[in-house]
Design a protein around this ligand. Structure first.
Ligand SMILES: Cc1ncc(COP(=O)(O)O)c(C=O)c1O
Length: 396
């Protein structure tokens, strides 16, 4: 009898590839999260309504050592609230680094201010203090620093350039990071975090805004709840128009469980980085995430920067990884290159000036860094990278 189907057909092969595909990011969820959420689902109503939110905020503030923490729907709203609390508006300029997710800069436009794009430092991949100094003007009303991929900029130099201009630290990607003994998110006037499903600590979607300044805390408290203060809760009085930027109890319960496991989550990120570092140590002209004395980089996304001699563009690298069912991402493209900012004159000057952000983005990708990644999967990713680079090694 003739075997009608001895080899997998195209669709089966595609399905197999998809099953074996190594994801670029994702959380680590245990029974603890499920238990916390189930308890909140059963209990966080009536006199206990929203209890998990308050607990999550208190525990998060304790973890960071800040006076105030407000749980919000995402880091985008955390940044929006931070900018509102600082009173930013039309006529103000807000300096942001070129290399970040668009959510760092979008809220600048929500408040009617103008984003100014500063270059990044070639080593830290974060805001360059030298470029910052060139961007500061009499209209600069705030600076947003970004702890890119779990690294942290040279904050002492940033602060000395800022000379009193308020700093928002966008620590969306850097929970648990440290610089000179201080935790990421506590290095500016206000810190913001993301708990998106790709982040080290997740609530699915979610965020937190933290500060030690009581004036900012009071504004954030009011603006995130339709202009009400906690004292107004039983009455429908509205002092001013605000926003509905609150986290749900079920998300907060999930976040509490993740926060209880934060050391384990951070250790796994260190482990993933160490696996990559060991396997890629022999590749010439390959740079991974930055480390320096006094910095705890949390390696949210392990990122590979190839020497220009490889003449391998980030897009091409991604295509090659795709062929091997490995999911990767490009280094974040410079904000000034995004069509969304084409109408801003600040983007035109930035695109000419910010050579480092453009250069690094052209030859760098994020490698799979999901929390559930196994050592065998890292082996596979590194084998693919070795295969991609082998014919090109003589160039380096
Ligand atoms: C640097 C940075 N800022 C802000 C955000 C926005 O976070 P969210 O998706 O929680 O709004 C992100 C999300 O990826 C981010 O990476």
């Amino acid at each position: 009898m003739i075997e009608s189907k001895t080899v997998p057909d195209v669709e089966e092969r595609a399905a197999l590839r998809e099953r074996d595909r190594i994801p670029v990011a994702g959380p680590w969820v245990t029974d603890l999260e499920v238990r916390y959420v189930a308890e909140a689902a059963a209990n966080d109503w009536y006199t206990h309504a929203g209890e998990s939110v308050g607990l999550f905020e208190t525990e998060f503030a304790d973890y960071l050592g800040t006076d105030f923490a407000a749980a919000v729907p995402h880091c985008t709203s955390a940044l929006h609230l931070a900018m509102l609390a600082l009173g930013l508006g039309p006529g103000d300029e807000v300096i942001v680094p070129e290399s970040t997710w668009v959510a760092t800069a979008a809220p600048v436009t929500y408040v009617g201010a103008t984003p100014v794009f500063a270059d990044i430092d070639a080593d830290t991949w974060c805001l360059s203090p030298e470029s910052l100094a060139r961007c500061v003007s009499s209209r600069t009303a705030a600076i947003v620093t970004v702890d890119l991929y779990g690294g942290i900029p040279d904050m002492a130099d940033v602060r000395s350039v800022a000379a009193g201009i308020p700093i928002i630290e966008d620590a969306a990607q850097a929970i648990g990071g440290k610089l000179d003994g201080r935790l990421a998110g506590t290095l500016g006037d206000i810190g913001t975090f993301s708990f998106h499903g790709t982040k080290t600590l997740t609530t699915g979607e979610g965020g937190m805004v933290v500060t030690d300044r009581s004036d900012l805390a009071e504004r954030i408290q009011r603006l995130r709840d339709h202009g009400r203060t906690p004292a107004d809760h039983r009455f429908f009085t509205t002092e001013e128009l605000g926003f509905k930027y609150r986290m749900s109890s079920l998300q907060a319960a999930f976040g509490r469980a993740q926060l209880a496991r934060i050391d384990e989550l951070l250790d796994k990120k260190q482990q993933i980085f160490a696996w990559y570092e060991e396997r890629l140590a022999d590749v010439p002209g390959l740079e991974l995430n930055h480390r320096r004395d006094g910095l705890t980089n949390t390696f949210w996304m392990v990122t590979a920067v190839l020497h220009p001699d490889y003449r391998l563009r980030a897009r091409r690298m991604m295509e090659l990884f795709d062929l091997h069912s490995v999911d990767t991402r490009p280094f974040l493209p410079p904000l000034s290159s995004l069509p969304a900012f084409a109408g801003y004159h600040t983007a035109v000057t930035a695109a000419r000036r910010n050579k480092t952000a453009y250069d690094i983005a052209s030859r760098s990708i994020n490698l799979p860094s999901a929390l559930m990644l196994t050592e065998a999967q890292v082996d596979r990713v590194c084998d693919v990278l070795h295969t991609i680079l082998r014919p090109r090694k003589e160039l380096s």
